[in-house]
Design a protein around this ligand. Structure first.
Ligand code: NAD
Length: 484
């Protein structure tokens, strides 16, 4: 077993570390070699109940009594601590998720930046005064919901905890975090940091466990006032149904089939790294992965050839070797991706390039060959379904209207990218793309912590990241005072 610098089998509730109520644990796999990395708690309904109660106590007590500035200062302290521990956090995330170390380190830095951004924002959320009838003064206040639930996936634990828990805490909510059963070490490390900087007990509670046990218990708990969920469309629908029973608001960040549109006048040298990296980063397990590359006919062959060249140069290996791509998260995810590669083969699609798979890869690791598929019909499964692996479909188009029809022709609408030097087209196309975020002549804006993020259509609703998230994690109260 690899060294984990703390007992990973515990839950963190009300400022205390303990085993879960029935003492059960789950194995945590090391995606790089398929061995057991460590064990984690298998939290259940009674642990979730204790966590929700602890959060409520914190909300009504020590945590709730802090001023906005004091909350902000604590988040800034956490941010500084995260940066101090960035190397260790990166190692944990790399081991747990299978992502190359430098990508995991970028995630740790992003977590620190989220805490810095939301720490700084905590005392800057203002209400309004409203010109109402004579004799009245009317005003609005932003108030925390109370206890917020955060159900996060395994692909970017640190980043998603930062954007979701960070914003919720800034607004004064007390949080219950259910990390994914496939990767939860940095969620536990996050709780340790909260403890170290003196976060009041119960402001942050962490209960690892299975989705259908701890996750479902948390989503259905009547003591929760808001749910933030990031994950699959299918589970998102279950979460929304559970929230409906308790009439609580939800933020759903679901999947995507995000396109990048390359017009013939684009700066291809600038576009090329973004076209490939945004597809294969984190072994393609990114909700905003650019899994479809739409290319205007005159430059189609050139773009495919240049992307193929990059694919052939990709280096794949264990997370700690810190190459370009690691394994996918699990044997199940590997099976799913390999199933899609089988579909590519049986449909007679053209594989433009595959990255070489070195013979030295650890046998049990969950590696899949990064694959570029060219000339894909936009209606084909490979161009419609979220694969969540390092597989990109390149699709030709002719003119703006066809580009938009293809780009908007999936059930998803999370992110889109657009490469063109034509200023009019930049705005025209950006405004017609069905997506929560559109990037022009870039993709992803290096993480874009300050930029509101979320989807339309099956990609979800509600916005996280940026200042906008603070509105989602609060409710608006209107006060009308009659004084004349
Ligand atoms: P998932 O939906 O299976 O799991 C996500 C989380 O939900 C995990 O913590 C899991 O334990 C929990 N969960 C599972 N079943 C549950 C249930 N019945 N009740 C309550 N909680 C439950 O998704 P995944 O396989 O972990 O992640 C892959 C999917 O997530 C992909 O579709 C991807 O696009 C999406 N994703 C979206 C974003 C985004 O920001 N939009 C980010 C990351 C991942």
């Amino acid at each position: 077993m690899k060294h984990i610098p703390f007992d990973s089998t515990q839950v963190f509730i009300g400022g205390r570390w303990r085993a879960c109520d029935d003492g059960r644990t789950l194995p945590l796999a090391d995606p790089s070699d398929g061995g057991e990395l460590t064990r984690i708690a298998r939290g259940g309904a009674t642990d979730i109940d204790a966590a929700v109660r602890a959060a409520r106590t914190a909300f009504e007590g020590g945590w709730g009594a802090l001023s906005a500035a004091e909350r902000g200062r604590l988040l800034l302290k956490m941010s500084a601590r995260v940066l101090e521990q960035a190397d260790e956090l990166a190692r944990l995330e790399a081991l747990d998720v299978g992502k190359p170390l430098k990508q995991a380190r970028a995630d740790a830095v992003a977590l620190a930046r989220y805490l810095e951004f939301y720490g700084g924002a905590a005392d800057k959320v203002h209400g309004q005064t409203i010109p109402f009838a004579n004799g009245y003064t009317a005003l609005t206040l932003r108030e925390p919901h109370g206890v917020t639930a955060h159900i996060v996936p395994w692909n970017y634990p640190m980043q998603i905890i930062g954007r979701s828990v960070g914003a919720a805490l800034a607004m004064g909510n007390a949080c219950v975090l259910k990390p994914a059963e496939e990767a939860c070490l940095t969620a536990l490390a996050f709780a340790r940091i909260a403890d170290e900087v003196g976060m009041p007990a119960g402001a942050i509670n962490v209960v690892p466990g299975l989705g259908e046990e701890a996750g479902a218990a948390l989503a259905a708990h009547p003591g929760i006032q808001h749910i933030s969920f990031t994950g699959s469309v299918a589970v998102g629908a279950l979460i929304q149904a559970a929230a409906a029973k308790n009439a609580v608001p939800v933020t759903l960040e679901l999947g995507g089939k995000s396109p990048q549109l390359v017009f013939a006048d684009a700066d291809l040298d600038a576009a090329l790294p973004f076209l490939v990296n945004a597809g294969i980063q984190n072994a393609g397990q990114t909700c905003s992965a650019a899994s479809r590359i739409l290319v205007e006919r005159p430059v189609f062959e050139a773009v495919v050839a240049r992307m193929a060249e990059r694919y052939r140069a990709l280096r794949i290996g264990p997370a700690l070797d810190d190459l370009d791509i690691g394994p996918v998260i699990s044997a199940r995810q590997r099976e799913i991706v390999m199933g899609y590669l089988e579909v590519v083969k049986t449909s007679g699609l053209k594989v433009a390039a595959q990255a070489p798979m070195p013979a030295s890869l650890p046998r049990g690791g969950y590696y899949v060959p990064p694959t570029l598929v060219a000339d894909v019909n936009p209606a084909h499964r490979i161009a419609q379904e979220e694969i969540f692996g390092p597989v990109q479909a390149v699709i030709p188009f002719e003119g703006e209207a066809e580009a938009l029809a293809i780009a908007n022709g999936t059930p998803y609408g999370l992110v889109a990218g657009l490469w063109t030097r034509d200023g009019g087209r930049q705005l025209r196309v950006a405004r017609k793309l069905q997506a929560g975020q559109v990037f022009v002549n870039n993709y992803g804006a290096g993480g874009g912590i300050e930029l509101p993020f979320g989807g339309v259509k099956h990609s979800g609703h509600g916005r996280e990241k940026g200042f906008e998230a603070l509105y989602g994690f609060s409710s608006l109260k209107t006060i009308a005072i009659k004084h004349d």
